[in-house]
Ligand binder design. Structure first.
Ligand code: PLP
Length: 380
């Protein structure tokens, strides 16, 4: 199989599965239990928290484990609105957020909030100024993703954070960094966001584990789950110890590669440039957006329906995505915001790389796409 859909999910390295297996079968103690077997697990959970926090560039006490990126996004939005409930009922976000943010904002609309959705330009870009211009005295929250999952666009979060401090310091800033964590260099310390959502299964950890960074500026954190006091009393429920172990080990595996993180990032950027070069030889290929993230490339085979391409290549063991995996069968709201002609929008596919993706895999994909182009009739 040729797997070019790492933005949808990633394979779990053997080391990660082994670390989880040990926790599931031998170190299965409950971190809340009073005896040594439980206390030991509590210490381990804190060590794993430290590992993930180090990779994110934040103190461990500010990192809270959740069940997924979606949960982290939902929590950030409700917690920000709760802290700023006396400031006002206005949210600024973008029209290209993942549904985890978009639907949470829509839910806040039902609670009486007004939501401003910033529109991107035809390449998916949004400037910090556009976001800041929309901020008002009553803006409780700004939520802008760090890397777009469909286009690979990197949004200027640090610039937005700096601008917010001047325009309305009380407004809280959330960023969905699910497609950025361990994919592009950034640190919670320098980014300036109050909330940062990440997810394990995008970086070689199992599905069912995520985390939310909450800055010290959020003094009155609204608990997500009330109960037994886990996660500093903010997200109760017995810790998913095996998943947490897997998350930390996945982070270590990515850090322990023979090349540095910066080297991996630039090698993947070169791989993306190589893919673009090869794809450019296929008539009717158009690149979509100007996403600079090294691991995501969106393109359209203009006139050929994307779902047919995905099915055809899938039957040959090549996994790619038609826009976002979360929007199967429906036109994605992100592509819709670009206002592309129907023939272009209908043919959008996304390929996304992992640290071990090879040129040979890219070549196989390009060749299959060319065959699809040369042998199937355009229908759009
Ligand atoms: N945010 C972005 C940008 C994503 O790409 C995804 C998943 O694709 C999510 C949030 C949701 O993460 P999870 O699958 O862990 O809920």
């Amino acid at each position: 199989m040729i797997y070019l859909d790492h933005a949808a999910t990633t394979p779990i390295p053997r080391d990660v599965a082994d670390a989880m297996y040990e926790v599931l079968t031998e170190q299965y103690g409950n971190p809340s239990s009073q005896y040594a077997f439980g206390a030991d697990m509590k210490r381990r959970v804190e060590a794993w928290r430290q590992t993930v926090a180090d990779a994110l560039g934040c103190p461990a006490k500010n990192l809270h484990f959740t069940s997924c990126g979606t949960e982290s996004d939902n929590w950030a939005i409700s917690a920000a609105c709760w802290q700023n409930r006396h400031l006002g009922k206005h949210i600024v976000t973008t029209a290209v957020e993942h549904s985890a943010v978009r639907e949470s904002c829509r839910w806040m609309e039902k609670q009486g909030y007004e939501v401003t959705f910033i529109q991107p330009d035809g390449n998916g870009n949004i400037t910090a100024q556009q976001v800041l211009d929309a901020v008002r005295e009553d803006t409780a929250l700004v939520s802008v993703m760090l890397v777009n999952n469909e286009l690979g666009t990197v949004y200027p979060i640090a610039e937005i954070a700096a601008g917010l401090k001047k325009k309305n310091p009380a407004t809280l800033l959330h960023t969905d960094a699910v497609q950025a964590f361990l994919k592009i260099p950034f640190s919670a310390r320098t980014l300036g966001a109050d909330f940062i959502a990440i997810s394990g299964h995008k970086v070689g950890a199992p599905k069912g584990i995520g985390a939310l960074y909450i800055s010290d500026r959020v003094r009155n954190v609204k608990p997500l789950l009330a109960g037994g006091g886990q996660e500093s009393g903010l997200r109760a429920g017995t810790e998913a110890t095996a998943q947490i172990a897997g998350f930390a080990r996945a982070v270590e595996v990515r850090m322990e590669r023979s090349e540095t993180f910066e080297e991996t990032v630039s090698r993947m950027a070169r791989l993306k440039a190589y893919a673009k070069e090869q794809l450019a030889s296929i008539a009717d290929v158009q690149f979509i957006g100007s996403g600079e993230a090294p691991h995501i490339l969106a393109l359209s085979l203009v006139g050929w329906p994307s779902q047919n391409i995905v099915n055809d290549l899938g039957s040959q063991g090549i996994c790619i995505s038609a826009g976002s995996a979360c929007h199967q069968g429906r036109p994605s709201h992100v592509i819709a915001t670009l206002k592309l002609p129907k023939k272009v929008a209908g043919g959008v596919i996304r390929i996304s790389f992992g640290p071990d993706t090879t040129k040979a895999e890219i070549d196989a994909f390009v060749s299959a796409l060319k065959t699809h182009h040369d042998t199937r009739m355009p229908m759009l």
